[in-house]
Ligand binder design. Structure first.
Ligand code: AMP
Ligand code: ZN
Length: 465
């Protein structure tokens, strides 16, 4: 298995810490609002990663946190807590908001046919672990108290920028405002581990700690939850590219300072789904959700199909025109595969040939579009349905497009066919009775339903307009 690793900026052979096992961590959602379909692109690509590893035979454990405290409206430590913003917007408590949007997130997860993580841990469940990690960081001299908050001292690290490939000059720009806001920081890249005092005094959820009544900074949760459930060595850490800096950079800083050794070897980052106007963002108010796509008549799996056609390391531009094309291609494919018969013997040689080509495509840094080429080639292969069905089943364990399930649109078709046949019979009667006006009216009626009829020597035939 070869994967692009943000830490080394190269495609590398995957060697897990323990042979045959894969310890995978995913930054979960900040549950202050619905996930937008951009967030879900990241999770779909991660789902493909996870299923590819399982397909390749790895014993996999995946952990995901739920951010229900500590993520401020800027990824640096400024602004209001996102959860509190959500609660105010909807006149609810923070915990009600967290529960509501965690449920909504996993409802979308399900609709997109993703494998549930093995462990799902909300940040608010791990406050004692956060406090412990901060205590150790203070003891080891990697953290300091200032202005009633606790900060991580990034100057204590030899290579703080290991992941993000940024240099200090570039960073100066991005964080200059931040330095102005928080004068307690010794270095501009230092970040908060524990707040007792922020510019916003009305934080709803607070806990007792050795440093006073307060709440954790955002980054600490992923270090703690990762180590709690996956141990001291993590194989792959996932997220969207916006997480590289500062979130993942700070996670590495904390975890390695705490553990005293390297922590996670492979960093997997998904590029963004973008709109013509630029970045897709939840704070814009009106944003694209799975429910909105459903309201517009799209099957959520058509969106999954859309995401799988492009590579995770390229930005993907969303438009309804392209989604329409993808939805049509998906429908056509599903009609085809759901009709594959199971009768007959599977041709083992053909099965192996395609299974290995498919596996190779995915193991080449998740080349999903190549995997689809293999899949479509397979459907064209001169072999029986049973073999194609078995291969579809196998490949769909990664694609997860329900390719063998009876297709709902097919039922609609049956209704449509029955309607067309009945009307054609009625029209034949009308013609026999020389009631041509009625016959024409029936033709029009069918056309209004998208059915075109043709009189042929073999009788009247119909097709979709
Ligand atoms: P959040 O709920 O904001 O913490 O984000 C959840 C996940 O979505 C993170 O892994 C982000 O990196 C990712 N993400 C945010 N915006 C986009 C986008 N436009 N396209 C793809 N992934 C995104
Ligand atoms: Zn995280």
């Amino acid at each position: 298995m070869r994967l692009y690793n943000t830490a080394t900026r190269t495609v590398e052979e995957f060697h897990p810490h323990e042979e045959g096992k894969a310890a995978v961590y995913t930054c979960g959602p900040t549950v202050y609002h619905f996930a937008h379909i951009g967030n879900l692109r990241s999770y779909i690509c991660e789902d493909v990663l996870v299923k590819t590893l399982i397909y390749a035979g790895y014993e996999l454990k995946r952990v995901m946190n739920i951010t229900d405290v500590g993520h401020l409206s800027s990824d640096a430590d400024t602004g209001e807590d996102k959860m509190l913003k959500g609660a105010k917007r909807e006149h609810k408590t923070v915990l009600q908001i967290a529960e509501q949007y965690t449920k909504a997130f996993f409802a979308d997860f399900n609709k997109l046919n993703m494998r549930m993580p093995d462990v799902i841990e909300p940040a608010t469940h791990c406050i004692p672990e956060f406090i412990h990690m901060i205590e150790v960081l203070l003891e080891k001299g990697y953290a300091y108290q200032a202005g009633e908050n606790v900060y991580f001292d990034t100057s204590k690290l030899q290579n703080y920028y290991a992941l993000s490939n940024q240099n200090e000059e570039e960073l100066k720009e991005g964080v200059r405002d931040d330095v102005g806001v928080d004068e307690n920081k010794r270095n501009k890249t230092d970040f908060v581990l524990w707040f007792t005092k922020s510019k916003f005094e009305d934080q709803e959820l607070k806990w007792e700690s050795p440093w006073g009544y307060g709440y954790p900074g955002w980054h600490i949760e992923c270090s703690c939850i990762g180590i709690k459930h996956l141990g001291e060595y993590m194989d792959i850490h996932c997220g969207g590219v916006d997480n590289i800096f500062p979130h993942h950079t700070n996670e590495i800083a904390q975890s390695e300072a705490f553990l005293g050794h390297p922590w996670c070897r492979y960093w997997f980052h998904v590029h963004h789904l973008v709109e013509k106007g630029g970045k897709m963002s939840k704070s814009k108010g009106d944003f694209l959700t799975v429910s909105l796509l459903e309201e517009k008549g799209y099957d959520p799996l058509a969106y999954r199909y859309f995401c799988l056609q492009s590579h995770y390391r390229k930005p993907l531009e969303f438009s309804y025109e392209v989604l329409d094309q993808m939805a049509a291609a998906y429908e056509k494919l599903r009609r085809r595969t759901s009709e594959l018969s199971a009768e007959g013997e599977v041709d083992k040689a053909v099965f192996e040939k395609y299974r290995s080509r498919f596996s190779e495509a995915l193991q080449d840094d998740l080349n999903t579009s190549m995997a689809f080429t293999v899949f479509y080639d397979m459907l064209k292969e001169d072999t029986n349905d049973a073999t194609k069905r078995a291969l579809t089943e196998s490949m769909d364990s990664v694609f997860s497009l329900k390719l063998l399930e009876p297709y709902a649109a097919a039922e609609v078709d049956e209704e449509l066919a029955a309607f067309a046949e009945a009307k054609i019979a009625e029209r034949a009667e009308a013609k026999k009775a020389k009631d041509f006006a009625k016959a024409d009216a029936i033709r029009e009626e069918l056309l209004a339903k998208g059915i075109v009829i043709k009189d042929t020597r073999e009788g009247t035939k119909w097709e979709r307009a």
